[in-house]
Design a protein around this ligand. Structure first.
Ligand code: SIN
Ligand code: CO
Length: 412
């Protein structure tokens, strides 16, 4: 089925108030309960829950209910419908046409829309406020809509999460229980024995931070919407498997060079009377081949950069409808500046940069502007003008613009 592009237009009435940039490490911020990011990270991050009243004073939902429902109707948006009708948990995956959702008058159902930051500027701006944590760790902003009594049941997550109330009220109960056994046979993770220890009613602007594995249950009191800012923490197994895959690909590329066609050889093999036995010689020789595999910090960086900047499987970039040639693009960008598309991931280290799963070397020319673009996700018009002497910069940005990775204009 073809992907339908979705063009969200920012609406001033529901733009998150306050700066859309993240607080600096030593900046006291209401976002973290009048703490600095440094204090928060040292005392709470990955350690203990924190309730923050009015993290976003006067917050309105980043998008209204109908716009959230419209997102859940798109093919490239991941959504789930969870119902708890007649005391029975059920889950279905989207997309959902508006008439496939239960009536908003019906109690106890919830719609979860994953990756709202990828599809909507307001959701993206809200998530950007959490960029005091590295992009490499940030996953997405999910928005849930629930009718009275709705929720996803008591459960735990394997990731850190900020649960920000954006509309209506939700009662959260949490517990640090050890027993994390789940009810068998359900289509979603629901704890068998939930033992809540603390309870709060969250109103718009209030936020609850939870480290991984804290049991929690949020139940809507009336219609409500919650934004979850989630993080990614691949399992050690996943990291190992992906790294080995990366090394295998690198070895494949190298094999096209000097060692092209090299194969297992055994000119010293003697005849055998027991053909079923695995030859000792084979084990030794293969052991010697495998012992040649080596890697250093550069390989780890290349693996992490490409793996973590790889867009999710359902991400589709929308190239501009009318593509400007490079000269026109530069002319426009000098007036408007440029910004990274919501879906683009740009990471860098001392030596390389990684954009949407591709790695390249960070030359001294690129060092002048690329880390700045990655950190602020835009280059202001004035800044763009000062950089245009460098034709490698304009050529690269024009290429990214044609791919839909760069847009004209800057973040508000
Ligand atoms: C929700 O928003 O309903 C669920 C979020 C969570 O518990 O992780
Ligand atoms: Co959860």
């Amino acid at each position: 089925m073809p992907k339908r592009p979705h063009h969200a237009s920012p609406s001033p009435r529901s733009t998150p108030p306050g700066p859309t940039r993240a607080p600096l490490p030593n900046e006291i911020t209401p976002l973290l309960g009048n703490r600095t990011p440094l204090q928060f990270m040292r005392r709470y991050w990955q350690k203990k829950p924190l309730l923050i009243r009015q993290a976003f004073p006067g917050l309105a939902a980043p998008l209204p209910r109908d716009e959230l429902f419209a997102l859940a109707d798109l093919d490239d948006v991941e959504s789930r419908l969870i119902t708890h009708f007649r005391d029975k948990w059920d889950m279905e995956h989207g997309p959902f046409a508006p008439d496939e959702l239960p009536s908003v008058k019906k109690r106890e159902w919830t719609l979860l829309v994953q990756g709202a930051n990828l599809h909507d500027d307001r959701a993206h701006a809200l998530m950007n406020q959490f960029r005091f944590i590295p992009d490499a760790r940030l996953d997405d902003l999910m928005i849930s809509y629930a009718t009275d009594g709705g929720g996803v049941g008591p459960h735990f997550d394997s990731y850190d999460v900020f649960l920000l109330q954006v509309h209506g009220k939700r009662r959260w109960r949490i517990g640090k229980q050890r027993d994390l056994s789940l009810k068998p046979g359900l289509p979603l993770k629901v704890l068998q024995h939930f033992e809540p220890e603390e309870e709060w009613l969250l109103e718009p602007g209030d936020m609850l931070y939870l480290p991984p594995h804290v049991a929690h249950d949020g139940i809507a009191e009336g219609e409500c919407m919650t934004a979850s800012i989630g993080f990614r923490a691949p399992s050690e197994h996943e990291l190992t498997a992906q790294f080995l895959y990366h090394l295998a690909e690198r070895a494949g590329e190298a094999a096209e060079g000097a060692r092209a066609g090299a194969r297992y050889r055994d000119p010293a093999q003697e005849p055998v009377a027991n053909p079923g036995a695995l030859p000792q010689l084979l084990k030794e020789r293969v052991g010697a081949i495998l012992a040649n595999i080596d890697w250093d910090e550069k390989d780890i960086a290349a693996f992490l950069g490409t793996y973590l900047s790889e867009p999710k499987a359902n991400v589709v970039f929308d190239p501009p409808e009318r593509i400007l040639n490079e000269a026109r693009f530069v002319e426009r960008a000098k007036k408007t500046g440029v910004r990274l598309d919501r879906k683009a991931i740009l990471l860098y280290d001392q030596k390389s940069y990684f954009v949407n799963g591709e790695a390249a070397s960070l030359s001294s020319k690129l060092k002048k502007w690329l880390p700045e673009l990655a950190d602020s996700r835009h280059l202001e018009a004035k800044r763009f003008v000062t950089l245009t002497d460098d034709s490698t910069m304009t050529a690269l940005l024009h290429e990214w613009y044609r791919a839909g990775w760069i847009q004209l204009g800057v973040w508000a």
